[in-house]
Unconditional design. Structure first.
Lengths: 106, 106, 106, 106, 106, 106
């Protein structure tokens, strides 16, 4: 996001204010449920691997287990097909390795 | 689904066996979380309104409130844009009306 | 939008504030150029015909001619394929008829 | 296509010349294989049901059986998910009924 | 696939059982026709280049010529636009080079 | 494009003749407006970063400023979501760096 801010400070600000400010801090769903919804959507969309990786970290940081995020990805094979699920599984593997390397739980 | 079974009994059987049998009955996520993930993905994909309506009923039937499914849809405006969220909101309105007409809770 | 506001007042408010408030009133592009960009994107996405019709009206209201919006749609056959362009042309025809019936220029 | 030609004669001409003239009359694939490829792609894209119906007729007209086009649609559940395959199956059912009503084989 | 199996053995198993077991071994279409359908769909979807490359190998392995798979890709410019066809052509070039390096026919 | 021509001379020729010949040289929209439409569509589609980069150069070459193309990308967050806009912003940053390295204006 620091990188985006250099090219487009306004885009970075909108992500900050709208996505993280207005939407994700609303009540009505737990942080865990919001991350499950986002991981599902980004897996299904298919063209958003950098954002998917960021939200896989997010999901693991707010209490999802590795198995749980893999279940969300697996379920997407039904709704968006196996290529979308497989590409998301590749992103998950990278996220898990990053977390292993940085000794992050889970 | 009865309609699909007339044109393509095999497709209906695969939906039944793979989507409802193999995937949705797996452990690791609650039924409620699986429906949240599915509503998010179908909202983001945009071209699957009949399936979205079916899963909005599903989400409400396994314990989500109307406000909660609307929160999932609202959140998708961040990840898939406002047209996707607005079209899902139209589907949700129809689902709520169907449930009102049939006196279904919630 | 009045319809959306009944089901989801918050979604209607975000469209109002973010899409129409924060983004479309920014300087840096003319209203005409913003509408051209939006018609192009909604044509390419393919699953947003109600929003496309709304922005075709918008484009015509801020100074685009009917020929100009059809040129944008035609150009999208190169980038998103003929089905996307054809479906947008159907929406444009409906918009032109609505405007004819209401004696709107252009 | 006659309808499109009224709103956008140039778009109709490009479809005619480019899609039907330049591409579909090329050698290297049989007409039957070209229709299989098109039915597969339009099923996967999901937002092009009118064009899918037109090409389902096309496939049946150049020698595919009803079972064969349903196999293509069924196979797409693997690559684009079940909602895409189900919506295509609905379009196929309508095409089959139209052909039954007009006593067309197959 | 061996890589996927490490992160998600269940996803690998579903691909194996459902995609390769249940669907691709069905009768009703030749292996060659199934590969043409898959290459077409993955080209049109655009976000599945690793899977496209795998199925380009598959198509060439079951009897398609290089010219034939390029015809499928070329045809997709009509239905999904030139960017989708161009990106698939880049993947095809890589596949052809891999096969040249490994002295595979065709 | 020279690269594509080696694998698929016909695809390169169709891009040349249809996209650059038939469509982009039509009257009815300025070159600047056509580039704005294309940048918008490729940002929204999400799976066409190489083509987006090519058209960002194109837009800057026909008179758009860097701020103007960033405005188009920013606007797409409304219609296609933030991931699509962010990925396009990454492509824009690379294009700006390429132009800086080659001392191109703007």
């Amino acid at each position: 996001m620091a990188e985006v801010a250099k090219t487009s400070p306004d885009l970075a600000r909108f992500v900050e204010e709208f996505a993280y400010g207005d939407i994700n801090t609303r009540g009505g769903l737990s942080q865990r449920e919001r991350q499950i919804a986002t991981v599902a959507a980004l897996t299904a969309l298919g063209h958003a691997q950098p954002q998917l990786k960021s939200h896989l970290h997010g999901a693991l940081n707010v209490g999802c287990s590795r198995r749980e995020v893999m279940e969300v990805i697996l379920q997407m094979s039904v709704y968006a097909g196996f290529p979308a699920a497989l590409n998301a599984a590749f992103s998950a593997r990278e996220v898990f390795r990053e977390r292993d390397a940085r000794h992050l739980q889970p």
